[in-house]
Design a protein around this ligand. Structure first.
Ligand code: NAD
Ligand code: GLY
Length: 387
């Protein structure tokens, strides 16, 4: 990545409005609709945004990787806007999305005498956003919080839509709350410091949007895969903006995952969450697990005669070109029944019966119930056999 090259091309700023039903009963302190700001070098403007929201005091929660960089930029921007700040840091990585870290943050919030007028800012990746959002949702029965995503996963997915929570040893995201942020500031320049493995991991969620909702976006990704892989700035801006728009579209129509529409965002995730849980949180990055999960879901759909092999092959080629895994050795030695047991805890299931989001074409998915366990295991074994 040549930074000067990155700096030369300005990209447009975009405001994506997330319009939510304001009559939904919640203890959310203010209106729940909000704006997702996408742009290049926009962290500097965050003081002005919070001032418009009448914020006078804020607490920034970040992790060790962004503390001295992006969280510092945010802190300076808030200070320039005369907002009083405190900063809290948690260890980097998936293991921090835990009840232990949530408890530590609750205690820190109590020590800092945070009240309902204090804004909480989550500056970091999906781990920081999910954990901080959950702590904001539960402390004093709910505080306003802002998402300032600094990973690709967080900018294209986790910062938008209000799903917050922590993991339990029994499964991912098993404890949590729907708690919408007051706003999202996705500054694509923060991605220049992101390690390559983390950036590529985020691309799995981007491919997901093409597979579930937008055939044209999938084609665009096929045509521009190498530019995206090389982090060409305009391409990065495009994938962040289009993904944020698609996520918004879904969240506005099914905020609480009631109609089944929002469940489509879980394409590949029933497998992925089981892989992450079974291999120990942090072994596979979330997006790597999602890439494998989408391959298993597509191969399951193919064996159920729901799609042609061609669809599986196109998804595989795109994931591979982007540098994502389509097979793995990390599941070797893990019992089939252990994976099925974890999958049976998935929040989409009803009455303990496995429920999958499966493709019916590129750009279209359906919810499929009562899938025979043998087909599920065979789809997982294929990932291991091809490794
Ligand atoms: P992460 O938060 O662990 O971040 C990945 C790594 O990058 C960490 O080590 C972090 O410290 C570091 N980092 C963050 N920003 C950086 C930057 N700009 N430069 C350098 N390093 C940086 O992981 P993630 O991939 O962002 O998110 C994964 C989590 O998000 C999972 O827990 C997943 O379940 C969750 N998630 C939630 C939703 C949702 O809707 N709430 C959606 C998708 C994923
Ligand atoms: N990432 C899944 C969802 O937001 O529903």
């Amino acid at each position: 990545m040549i930074l000067n090259e990155w700096r030369r091309h300005n990209v447009e700023r975009h405001k994506i409005n997330v319009r939510l039903d304001e009559s939904v009963a919640t203890t959310q302190p203010a209106a729940r609709s909000y704006t997702v700001h996408v742009g290049d070098t926009i962290l500097q403007d965050i003081g002005g945004l919070l001032k418009t929201d009448c914020v006078q005091r804020a607490v920034i929660v970040s992790d060790q990787s962004v503390n001295a960089t992006h969280a510092k930029t945010v802190a300076e921007a808030l200070q320039d806007a005369a907002i009083t700040i405190d900063q809290l840091t948690i260890p980097s990585g998936e293991a921090s999305k835990s009840l232990a870290e949530a408890e530590r943050l609750w205690n820190e919030f109590a020590r800092l005498k945070i009240d309902r007028k204090t804004a909480i800012l989550a500056v970091g990746g999906g781990v920081i956003g999910d954990l901080t959002g959950f702590v904001a949702a539960t402390f004093s029965r709910g505080l306003d919080f802002w998402q300032v995503p600094t990973t690709l996963v967080a900018q294209v997915d986790s910062a938008i839509g209000g799903k917050t929570g922590v993991n339990l040893p029994a499964g991912k995201n098993l404890v949590g709350a729907f708690w919408q942020p007051r706003g999202v500031v996705a500054d694509i320049s923060t991605l220049t410091t992101l390690p390559d493995r983390e950036y590529v991991s985020g691309l799995a969620e981007v491919v997901k949007y093409g597979m579930i909702l937008d055939t044209d976006f999938f084609h665009w990704l096929e045509d521009n895969a190498l530019r995206v892989r090389d982090r060409e700035k305009r391409s990065v801006a495009h994938i962040v903006r289009r993904s944020a728009e698609l996520k918004t579209l879904v969240v506005e129509r099914d905020e609480r995952e009631i109609t089944g529409l929002r469940a489509c965002l879980n394409y590949g995730h029933t497998f992925a969450h089981a892989f992450e849980t079974a291999t120990g949180y942090g072994t596979l990055l979330h997006g790597e697990a999602v890439s494998l999960g989408m391959m298993a879901a597509a191969s399951l759909a193919c064996s159920l005669n729901r799609i042609d092999q061609l669809v599986v092959d196109r998804q595989q080629k795109l994931l591979e070109t982007l540098g994502l895994p389509v097979s793995t050795t990390t599941l070797n030695g893990i019992e089939d029944n252990d994976l099925l047991g974890i999958m049976s805890q998935d929040k989409k299931n009803i009455g303990g019966k496995l429920r999958f989001i499966l493709p019916s074409a590129i750009g279209e998915v359906e919810t499929v119930d009562n899938v025979c366990h043998e087909f599920v295991i065979s789809a997982i074994n294929k990932l291991c056999r091809d490794a």
